[in-house]
Design a protein around this ligand. Structure first.
Ligand code: HAM
Length: 416
């Protein structure tokens, strides 16, 4: 029996991988403009890192982590997200001593044991960005401006930026108390999961998709009515800067995030194109996180984009695979051997050249040139090799010109 991939973990095949490369390359370009440097951390960390940062009562830590014991019986976990590992690396390598403001980005696979469906996988990929060291609301706006810039750069427009503030350790407890009191009066309408968690993680009830929970929380107290003066002022400033930068957004006071480290600004880039997996990117502020993991008391903010969801959103049929510049059609073994050398030389010179390796008929070779969407084709037979000239056919224009095989690279570069 043949072996297949693990459920929820996908191959990224030629034809699709070009979209991934495009999205990754654009992120590198855009993020560099804003002064971000790449950081790469291991895919495996000590389990404790995620329990302490994401939160013991979250879905991720309770149900979704790929946790295992290594041969020395250490509990390790495949990273379910990138923020905690980046903070661990930041603290361990004392990056704050190099620069008071660290702007870091990362891309790579993350792992969550979720029920796979369209846009939700067990191995998925994030492009994330984190800024550590700035409390000022300007940086919240700048991070959102960068996310908006990236969405424009890759050409997705069916997205909406929703923002919220979740308060801070000074004002959140008040809100929690008010929310728990409200939920207590409607317990019988909540799903069993929310009945269980309404005291341990009441904010998650606002995010529950069950119809009963949705209806029961329709008039729930709003977090925005419970912000302390400091959080209220910070959130107003974030909105002011977003308006000043002409970044379109709406406020979603019911937005809660699935990770416990957030304070103040939280946000999601949502779309109506992907069914229930509607968040293309998400993030927020995590001011106490670095300190709680044993580092200096520095604020932080960031986001992560789900690459699979972006790929799904990219226009169908968008041709990102590089077209070959030239297809060499050779007739006979001698010509094929010479075409092979010529092709290799052209490739070294930067020309995307292709040929046939299976001794196919001329007709079949030209069919393949068409299928690959080659810009030019060139037929090499005995006659062409003897005279050192051949006809270079422009496949788009259906025109042809005689060229010397010797100067072919220059000729092609001139014409591309
Ligand atoms: P998150 O909301 O858990 O936040 O994930 C961010 C994004 O990753 C989601 O909006 C979604 O696009 C994608 N994503 C999450 N789970 C899956 C999945 N199972 N399959 C496919 N895509 C998925 C975080 O991970 C935070 N670390 C973001 C952050 C960075 N906050 C501050 N800095």
């Amino acid at each position: 029996m043949s072996i297949s991939a693990i459920k929820g973990m996908n191959d990224i095949l030629p034809g699709k991988v070009e979209t991934w490369q495009f999205l990754e390359q654009k992120a590198r370009e855009v993020f560099a403009t804003y002064g971000f440097s790449e950081i790469r951390t291991p895919v495996v960390e000590k389990t404790e890192l995620f329990c302490r940062s994401i939160g013991e009562t979250t879905d991720i830590v309770e149900k979704e982590m790929y946790t295992f014991a290594d041969k020395s019986d250490n509990s390790l976990t495949l990273r379910p997200e990138g923020t905690a590992p980046v903070m661990r690396a930041f603290i361990q390598n004392r990056l704050h001593t190099l620069d008071p403001v660290s702007k870091l980005y990362y891309l790579g696979p993350m792992f969550r044991y979720e029920r796979p469906q369209k846009g939700r996988y067990r191995q998925f990929h994030q492009i994330g960005a984190e800024v550590i060291g700035v409390e000022d609301a300007k940086i919240d706006a700048q991070v959102l401006a960068m996310l908006h810039h990236y969405a424009c750069a890759i050409g997705i427009d069916a997205v909406e930026l929703q923002v919220n503030s979740l308060g801070c350790p000074a004002c959140r407890p008040d809100y929690r108390t008010a929310l728990i009191a409200y939920l207590e009066t409607r317990l019988s309408s909540l799903c069993s999961e929310c009945q269980r968690r309404y005291t341990t993680n009441p904010l998650r009830v606002l995010d529950c998709k069950a119809t009963g929970c949705k209806a029961a929380t329709a008039d729930a107290p709003s977090v925005l009515d419970h912000l302390c003066a400091g959080c209220d002022e910070h959130f107003s400033q974030v909105q002011g800067y977003l308006r000043a930068l002409s970044i379109p957004f709406s406020i979603n006071a019911r937005m809660v995030r699935g990770l416990d480290y957030y304070v103040r600004t939280t946000f999601e880039l949502v779309t109506d194109r992907l069914g229930s997996q509607n968040a293309v990117a998400a993030g927020g502020r995590y001011d106490g996180l670095v300190e709680s993991l044993g580092g200096p008391a520095l604020p932080g903010i960031g986001f992560a984009i789900g690459l699979e969801r972006l790929v799904l959103m990219m226009e169908e049929g968008q041709q990102l695979t590089a077209r070959p510049d030239l297809f060499l059609a050779a007739l006979g073994d001698a010509a094929a051997a010479q075409a092979f050398v010529l092709m290799s030389k052209l490739q070294r010179g930067g020309v995307r050249a292709e040929m046939d390796y299976q001794g196919k008929s001329l007709k079949a070779q030209l069919r393949r040139a068409n299928k690959l969407n080659a810009r030019f084709s060139l037929i090499l037979g005995e006659e062409e090799l003897r005279t050192g000239t051949a006809e270079l056919k422009d496949m788009d224009q259906s025109s042809q010109v005689p060229v010397a095989l010797d100067g072919l690279e220059q000729e092609l570069l001139k014409r591309l």
